[in-house]
Write a protein that binds this ligand. Structure first.
Ligand SMILES: [Fe+2]
Ligand SMILES: [Fe+2]
Length: 141
């Protein structure tokens, strides 16, 4: 695995909302766990449990993030909901492919999912942080 493909939470992924950043970090950790389980050829059940854990973390994070957005009157909540639904679907698809032993041939491993999720963090989610800092006085007043 090249450093370009390293699964890690980097500082540029921060959106400067502590709760959101902490949950993004936990999601990346979960992806790291799945990747090690695959690389070390752990039992199928362990890998399936790791996927279940990632799905649970992602679903609860998306719910929390949508609650935050709605509490601050964020404009982009509808697009975020669509993106979150899509990302959850991708996690399910990858889990199913893995269960059917198609993961390596069709999807090239877990890296594309990592890229999809982190791309969401650095684009759409970062905008939430920008929105908050722009209107911070309004929330603290
Ligand atoms: Fe999001
Ligand atoms: Fe997020």
């Amino acid at each position: 695995m090249t450093s370009q493909d390293a699964i890690e939470f980097t500082s540029d992924m921060r959106c400067n909302h502590n709760d959101i950043d902490a949950e993004h970090f936990a999601i990346i950790q979960s992806i790291q766990n799945i990747n090690s389980a695959i690389v070390f050829r752990r039992e199928r059940l362990i890998i399936a449990n790791s996927f279940r854990s990632l799905y649970g973390k992602a679903a609860s994070h998306f719910y929390n993030e949508e609650r935050i957005m709605s509490s601050i009157g964020y404009f982009g909540i509808f697009e975020q909901r669509i993106a979150h639904r899509y990302l959850l679907e991708q996690i399910s698809v990858l889990k199913e492919w893995h269960e059917n032993n198609e993961i390596r041939s069709k999807f090239g491993g877990i890296i594309p999912l990592y890229k999809l999720l982190t791309n969401h963090f650095v684009t759409m989610d970062k905008d939430i942080g920008i929105f908050i800092s722009k209107y911070q006085n309004r929330f603290t007043a």
